[in-house]
Design a protein around this ligand. Structure first.
Ligand code: A3P
Length: 302
């Protein structure tokens, strides 16, 4: 473990490197305790991202999908009164501050989000049959989203950087739960040999949401029945979980918090390509080159 001081701390006052990846102190405490104590169940489902890759969206979709018998998509659906982060916990964050969390959860199967790289997942996850959904996002949009998020969190004694500084840190691998590219590669490579992992891209989900929702449903073992197809269930879930719907709900407009962050801070633009409004030609060239160097060999395009 090595640490970097506040001025290099990205959105945290300090940031620590553990096994090649960067965490805030509290996050790291959760990571280590979780690795030690978490016991996976065969039916568990994990939703994995780097921060700002669309975790909130996928939490909403997966919660709605696997619980649709218990919570039909209609007026009193839990998503209408709860931020997605309060319905699907972040696994390692449940272990922060040396807590021994009650993970019985209200949903069945248990759904957990995490930013763990695959190789750092608790052993019980590696040894079990549980399923893992990985969602990644174009690094340029990921960075821009992260930078805006960091600015919103400035109340939390954070180190605020200009976009240029944030860009340089991100490109050198220094981002929360990063290096971004190593995180994505870890799951991409594993997904090629492990059919318990479904690898999704934010951009694909935006372009053809119904296609990927059906894929997700099949993968998780909750396929849509002919009846559901006929009554438009796919469209209903997508509408409920859409950026426009979720971001305009009262519960997501208040200053109520999930994991210490205001509900509204998880919704900004929800679009593909906002990086074009922020990155210079030179920045674009530099980050594209890194992506090309890291991903071309394994055939991944982001
Ligand atoms: P932008 O900052 O580009 O708008 P995370 O959930 O991992 O923290 O990622 C946040 C990003 O996902 C933000 O991106 C946010 O606006 C976007 N987002 C949140 N809810 C979404 C939804 N329902 N559909 C699409 N994007 C969503």
């Amino acid at each position: 473990i090595c640490s970097l001081p506040k001025e290099k701390g990205w959105i945290f006052s300090h940031i620590y490197k553990y096994e090649g990846f960067w965490y805030s102190a509290r996050h790291l405490q959760g990571v280590i305790a979780c690795q030690k104590y978490f016991l996976a169940q065969e039916s568990d489902i994990f939703l994995v991202t780097t921060p700002k890759s669309g975790t909130t969206w996928l939490k909403a979709i997966m919660f709605t999908l696997v619980n649709r018998k218990r919570y039909p998509v209609k007026e009193n659906h839990p998503l209408l009164n709860n931020n997605p982060h309060n319905l699907v916990p972040f696994l390692e964050l449940e272990y922060m501050d040396n807590q021994q969390p009650d993970l019985s959860l209200s949903s069945s199967p248990r759904l957990f989000a995490t930013h763990f790289p695959y190789f750092l997942m608790p052993n019980s996850v590696h040894d079990s049959a549980c399923k893992i959904v990985y969602l990644c996002r174009n690094p340029k949009d990921n960075l821009v989203s992260l930078w805006h998020f960091a600015k919103k969190l400035k109340l939390q004694a954070t180190a605020i950087h200009s976009l240029e500084e944030a860009f340089d840190m991100f490109c050198s691998g220094l981002s929360p739960c990063g290096p971004f590219w190593d995180h994505v590669l870890d799951y991409w490579n594993e997904s090629k040999k492990n059919n318990r992992i479904l690898f999704l891209k934010y951009e694909d989900m935006k372009e053809e949401p119904a296609v990927h929702l059906r894929r997700l449903a099949e993968f998780l073992g909750y396929p849509f029945s002919a009846d559901e197809e006929e009554t438009g269930m796919v469209g209903e879930i997508l509408k409920l979980c859409s950026f426009d719907n979720l971001s305009n709900l009262d519960i997501n407009k208040t200053d109520k918090k999930a994991y210490g962050m205001e509900n509204k801070s998880f919704f900004r633009r929800g679009e593909v390509g906002d990086w074009k409004n922020h990155l210079s030609t030179e920045m674009t060239r530099k980050i594209d080159k890194i992506t090309e160097q890291k991903f071309s060999e394994v055939g991944l395009v982001l």
